[in-house]
Ligand binder design. Sequence first.
Ligand SMILES: Cc1cc2nc3c(=O)[nH]c(=O)nc-3n(C[C@H](O)[C@H](O)[C@H](O)COP(=O)(O)O)c2cc1C
Length: 199
Amino acid sequence: MDFQDVVARRKMVRNYRTDPVDPAVVDRALRNAVRAPNAGFSQGWGFLVLDQPTDVRRYWEATADDIDQPDEWLTGMMRAPVIVLPCSSKAAYLDRYARPDKGWGDRDEARWPMPFWHMDAAMATLLILQTVVDEGLGALYFGIPPHSDRAVRDAFGIPDHYDPIGAVTIGHPADGGAQGSPSRRRRTPMEELVHRGRW
Ligand SMILES: Cc1cc2nc3c(=O)[nH]c(=O)nc-3n(C[C@H](O)[C@H](O)[C@H](O)COP(=O)(O)O)c2cc1C
């Protein structure tokens, strides 16, 4: 698919068919993800892939209030055969930048007003979303409820020095389902967003 078509067609999908996802699609998405830019080539990311029905169900059990009486959003989402949890490691960045070629041996966290570990994992996540669109499938990045963080870590053995930055469902889009905010909100015109020379 032409790059511009990938960008234009990408929108979050919240309703899936149950048809399986070719593992090669997930593999390609992950291979692309690790080509994302990342500070100092720290590569302080990790990706938990849930592609077995029991694992996918365990994710929803750990995070959803009532999987036996799901609302429209959850009904559509629970059909997705694959969930990927991109994770970021702050420790990996502090370690990397303490190396002689970076020289931040004090590991002072004040050096990091922008948490690059999350930023880099987010860039990798966009590449997952775009690859999925390029493959003709759909995906949604969504947040993990804060109160579910411990349950998700425990369910899947995520080490404490990695933080899941959210979750990405991958699957074949179905018609209908919960609509995203772009169906209710106007897209802000470019001239309100772009400032040239001076804000
Ligand atoms: C950081 C972030 C958090 C989001 N969290 C959720 C979420 O919890 N649930 C959801 O359905 N969509 C979530 N979304 C999807 C946004 O609603 C969606 O990207 C936005 O409305 C623009 O629509 P589009 O991506 O389809 O173009 C999230 C997106 C981002 C980038």
